[in-house]
Write a protein that binds this ligand. Structure first.
Ligand code: SAM
Length: 246
């Protein structure tokens, strides 16, 4: 009988955020497939788990993927983890999931921490609908396309960003977001955790030397919405807000 693949979310800072189920699965599986085995070893040591590990990262070969899938087909149960948070979300694992599903291998999520969700729920920005764009690409053309999407977005947008690229990204956002509110969720669940709110311009002025990990939560573009109200009757106004309710 073939084994299963468990996608196990791990803490994004505070180790207390691991779930009881995640600990049990990490203990029970035959092999842990990790983005960086040294990083995962720290987690395993903390929870006194000793387990065979295989590394699988964004530069891993097709062969490596096949080797992992082969082990599952032989009957091994595998837990896939990334360095932090939920695997597959801006992290490796997607190709393994796709191949596993093609081969009728069962893929089971073990939900837990995810930086984008933690940032969104704490931001105070509309969480009913949102668009997650991961890291903005460096390629100028594709970056501009993504920035245009953010510019017009009628949904809250969430981005991941590395500290050394944060200022450039905020400067780019400054050109397209005007007075829209932005929340920077920094070092979530860690010692220097903070949530900094402002327009892109204010944030560029406030944060001179970005340090740590950041999630950027951007308020939706309200411009057109403000305009449509001008032509609405009182009744239409009422219906509009009724429809927004969940
Ligand atoms: N899979 C992860 C998840 O579930 O959130 C995300 C991995 S992605 C490679 C790493 C990025 O996530 C960081 O550059 C940062 O934007 C965000 N991130 C991860 N941990 C964070 C934290 N503790 N505080 C703020 N942002 C964090």
């Amino acid at each position: 009988m073939q084994g299963k693949i468990y996608l196990v979310a791990t803490p994004i800072g505070n180790l207390e955020d691991i779930t009881l189920r995640a600990i049990r699965i990490l203990k029970e599986v035959d092999i842990i497939v990790a983005e960086d085995t040294r990083q995962t070893l720290k987690l395993l040591n903390h929870f006194e788990i000793s387990k065979q590990m295989i590394s699988y990262h964004r530069h891993s070969s097709e062969e490596k993927k096949k080797e992992i899938i082969e082990k599952v087909k032989e009957g091994k149960n595998i837990a896939l983890v990334s360095d932090a948070g939920t695997p597959v979300i801006s992290d490796p694992g997607e190709e393994i999931v796709q191949t596993a599903l093609e081969k009728q291998i069962e893929v089971i999520p073990i939900p837990g921490p995810c930086a984008l969700i933690a940032a969104l729920i704490t931001s105070g920005i509309d969480a009913k609908e949102f668009l997650f764009l991961g890291f903005l690409p460096l390629n100028k053309k594709i970056r501009k396309e993504k920035l245009n999407i953010i510019k017009d977005s009628k949904q809250t947008t969430i981005l991941y960003e590395a500290p050394h690229k944060l200022t450039q990204t905020l400067e780019d956002l400054q050109e397209i977001t005007n007075s829209r509110k932005i929340v920077l969720a920094r070092e979530i669940t860690k010692i220097h955790e903070e949530y900094i709110t402002g327009t892109a311009k204010e944030l560029v002025e406030k944060i001179k030397e970005p340090k740590g990990e950041f999630v950027i939560v951007i308020e939706k573009n309200n411009e057109q919405e403000e305009n449509i109200f001008e032509n609405m009757s009182l009744d239409e106004h009422y219906k509009y807000y009724e429809n927004l309710r969940i």
